[in-house]
Write a protein that binds this ligand. Sequence first.
Ligand code: NAD
Length: 498
Amino acid sequence: MSSISPVLENEFKPLSSPEATPISVAYGDGIGPEIMKATLEILEAAGAQLDIEKIDIGAQVYEQGHSSGIASEAWDSLRRTKVFLKSPITTPQGGEYKSLNVTVRKTLGLFANVRPCVSYHPVVENLHPTMDVVIVRENEEDTYGGIEHQQTDEVAQCLKLITRPGSERICRYAFEYAVANNRKKVTCMTKDNIMKLTDGLFHKVFEEVAAEYPQIESEHWIIDIAAAKLATAPEEFDVIVTPNLYGDILSDIAIQLTGSVGMGGSANIGDGIAMFEAIHGSAPPIAGQNIANPSGLLNAAVMMLVHIGQPAIAEKIQNAWLKTIEDGIHTEDIVSEKQTKQTVGTQEFAAAVIERLGQKPEGLKAVEYNSDSHGELKVTIKPTVPAVKTMVGVDVFVHWHEVKPDDLGAALESISNDDLSIKMITNRGVKVWPNGFPETFCTDHWRCRFKSSDDQPISHQQIIDLLSRISAAGIDFIKTEHLCLFDGKPGYSLGQGE
Ligand code: NAD
């Protein structure tokens, strides 16, 4: 069965016009089809010029045996239209299935995930009347490479990769977004007090990029206290830029603070290609009941219309939507005693928005989009200048059942030589040899640091020889990490307690 099907009779009929922009649309799973139908009806009524290719992704595609949840015809459509309006999908449980969202974002190079989280107080009750935060989340790197290994009986590892180009691209995007949208401040959030090389790189690149935008205030917060601050005083933030995992968590917290997870839309931006979706998932418990709030997907569609150069339609739709919620026409998730005048279902909500096309809100601030509203923001990154790299040692990770670091230290001392000698053993990052503490809890996963004397350069062959000796001593080495100086600066962290 083809994964591209013609638009069905009762679904969105594109206005056939030469100006129509081709887009790919996926109806998704759970509440996906209901909220997509509602959204496309509003887009059609507002006069959006869209030429829709419907693609199938998600549950039914997983069931057909595509472990990624997407078939090749759908990829063809996405690469042809380069604009994707997507409903949420259900990721099946189980190790053999990959998250389709992560696959699409990474395969298409959608590096920036932009999530505006705006308070519609008092219409939608919440504790933060003036909250207006945009979270710009790095979308491809960090632990989301999903590069994981079980290394020993007791230890599994996930690689956290932070790159200079990836960090520069997202930080530049955040500042460009701030400039294009008249924002005043960009806040970077990392945990670089602990992860000095990975989060430290992100923070460093942020400072470099910030220096090129003196008109925008910039600041850095450690993520834990920043998250606490965001949850209690979100009005203190404007644009937030952060690595992938923190951004994932923060943006769900932030959108919930606005009153409902059903309200937020997001844009996933790449180079010449973009995907627009609601922040929330497929909400299986409320699927098929006509009670889901279509606002998240509708707000994503508004971002899409601005992106593809149809700002007047975007403005018309968002103002009609604001007027609808201001008039107290609410779906169940945002019902309140004071503000709700009529509780409606998904399709009735869409009809109410359509009725108000051309109207503006009176209490809530009306939006204005025009040809200056940013479509695509271009960011160019500087080429990396290679450093002088000197290899001065190696961390050899071993699987060792005995909980006696002194025995392992002695065994490794006996195979050290003048080129490479054992300097330190850590367990879960803490130094346990030499001179460890008996109180330190140890697993079966040991990092054994071999260094040359006085940072003399060493060769790959010397490492291979060392590994041969370790293997001959009956020690199960499971991985190595080279210790290098980059322009004379150590490219590795010290052990805790070293
Ligand atoms: P979820 O966001 O789907 O739902 C959590 C709860 O929030 C729902 O039970 C519902 O009470 C409420 N909710 C969500 N959207 C709503 C809406 N539009 N209107 C009213 N209430 C709404 O999160 P989940 O339950 O953790 O995930 C369900 C499935 O969705 C999982 O398979 C997950 O992998 C998937 N998911 C997909 C996406 C995506 O496609 N972008 C994103 C997140 C989760």
